[in-house]
Design a protein around this ligand. Structure first.
Ligand SMILES: Cc1cc2nc3c(=O)[nH]c(=O)nc-3n(C[C@H](O)[C@H](O)[C@H](O)COP(=O)(O)OP(=O)(O)OC[C@H]3O[C@@H](n4cnc5c(N)ncnc54)[C@H](O)[C@@H]3O)c2cc1C
Length: 443
């Protein structure tokens, strides 16, 4: 009798899910497991608080949806309140598991967890799939250890590769075995109030995918993608991609169908171009591991930023001398989402206007963004800080110019009350000396 575990992480979906197909072919009993990692709910070393209410809501909606989909296939979703190593230890010691199915996760900590599990249970057959990316390592025309050192070089090498056709969902899965382990129990569906435009889970992801490609928005994407606001101006796929209720391959398949029916354009290509950025950061995080979190990262440079507790708090609250930055931060805090342009602007402000170590900003985004993804978040912050894979060195955005270009009518700034600033950025200076309020403080 063969018994398997499908270990879900940021891949909360049943369609295009290779691990479920493989498990259905190979085992007689199956445990579908998600570990609600306790570290997500604890304050981090960067003074942030752990997963925000927006992120948690989106996650729980995703779990609700996954549990109901698995139920239609005769399965259950088990959720553990313990970290993955402890949970899998509890499970593997209690029932005779022979197979473990998992998707490669690009995060350093997640890779360490997997290594620990593999070494503690050498008799369990580990099947590692690549369900979070467009390509598998064997499709890439280079070894991941030799990842090109810039996005442009990477893009040129991969953009014409074939992308696998997404797999459909299964009708039926092997049943769950009976076991009784404290901390690991079937997910009980939660009632969740939702006033957000984003609802977690595969159903909502599929709705967004088909809604988006049933309009002519893909043909306008390139011209609108930089707007600060507006549902239609970009695809809004990122939250579902981040929780894995939508796969990059499913988006690519929809682009292909759209291009077949409506014609290819620079705009439709550009959606794929942006997905390739995500792909680059996926392999970048895989390749560079913990360097993703080091201040100087690939460059080994000393970070120029420091930590000013009060400035950081004001930046995160949207209470700085920069109305555009304030509006973007308030939008993030309220909704868990911010446009790509907004992210670039607030990141640049934190690093270059406020002189704060970029990692504090990345950690704050990790807490707040419903589309938080380790590679895309930390990789993009490094890019702006000039310590990552950017041949240009660094990206300092001129805030006045950005306001002229993207918020000249001030509608966005007014909507989020970006003009509100209490006039004081610091109450102590970097050496802890008291300072007096000024109307335009120097960073
Ligand atoms: C400082 C900073 C932090 C970021 N953190 C994240 C993050 O944690 N998670 C995340 O998914 N994206 C992150 N991004 C990238 C980008 O801002 C979002 O992917 C995008 O705004 C999501 O909106 P959308 O789905 O409408 O994107 P669209 O413009 O419609 O793009 C389509 C898809 O392409 C991908 N994409 C687009 N731009 C980028 C990019 N610059 N880098 C990587 N992938 C991209 C996303 O998967 C996105 O869903 C960050 C960017 C910056 C500058």
């Amino acid at each position: 009798m063969k018994l398997g575990v499908v270990w879900f992480t940021v891949d909360l979906r049943c369609s295009d899910q290779h691990m479920l197909w493989r498990a259905a072919q190979e085992v007689d009993y199956l445990v579908c497991l998600y570990c609600d990692e306790p570290h997500n709910n604890r304050p981090s070393r960067y003074s942030t608080q752990g997963m925000s209410a927006n992120r948690r809501r989106f996650l729980e909606q995703g779990l609700n949806d996954l549990a109901s989909q698995l139920a239609t296939m005769g399965q259950k979703l088990f959720v553990s309140s313990m970290d993955a190593v402890t949970s899998l230890n509890l499970l593997l010691n209690e029932i005779p598991i022979s197979h473990l199915y998992h998707n490669h996760h690009e995060g350093w900590n997640e890779q360490q967890t997997l290594k620990r599990i593999a070494s503690q249970f050498p008799d369990v057959r580990l099947h590692l799939n690549h369900g979070l990316s467009l390509f598998t390592p064997s499709q890439l025309p280079f070894d991941v250890a030799n990842l090109p050192d810039s996005f442009s070089k990477f893009r040129r090498l991969v953009e014409n590769l074939d992308v696998f056709t997404p797999l459909p969902a299964l009708q039926k899965l092997p049943p769950a075995p009976t076991f009784n382990i404290q901390h690991i129990s079937p997910w009980s569906k939660k009632r969740i109030e939702n006033e957000s435009a984003f609802t977690g889970g595969e159903h909502a992801a599929m709705d967004q995918l088909s809604d988006y490609f049933s309009t002519d928005l893909p043909s306008q994407y390139k011209a609108t993608r930089n707007e600060l606001d507006g549902w239609e101006n970009s695809t809004k796929f990122s939250p579902w991609l981040a929780q894995g209720s939508l796969s990059a391959r499913q988006i690519k398949a929809s682009i292909d169908v759209y291009e077949r029916d409506h014609g290819a354009s620079e705009s439709t290509y550009w959606i794929y171009f942006e997905l390739l950025w995500r792909e680059y950061f996926h392999w970048y995080a895989t390749r560079y591991g913990k360097q993703l979190f080091l201040p100087g990262s690939l460059t080994g440079k000393q970070t120029q930023g420091s930590y000013y507790a009060k400035r950081f708090r004001k930046w995160s609250q949207g209470n700085t001398p920069y109305p555009l930055v304030n509006a973007c931060m308030k939008q993030l805090n309220e909704t868990g989402f911010m446009s790509n342009r907004g992210r670039q602007i607030v990141a640049s402000c934190l690093i270059y206007e406020l002189g704060i170590d970029w990692r504090y900003g990345a950690a704050y985004f990790e807490e707040q963004l419903i589309d938080y993804n380790v590679g895309s978040n930390w990789g993009n912050w490094q890019y702006i800080a000039g310590v990552g894979a950017d041949p240009r060195g660094s990206r300092h955005f001129n805030l006045e110019r950005q306001t002229e270009l993207y918020a000249s009518k001030h509608l966005f700034i007014d909507k989020w009350q970006g003009h509100i600033f209490d006039g004081q950025l610091d109450s102590v200076d970097a050496a802890d000396w008291p300072i007096y309020p000024t109307s335009s403080p120097k960073p």
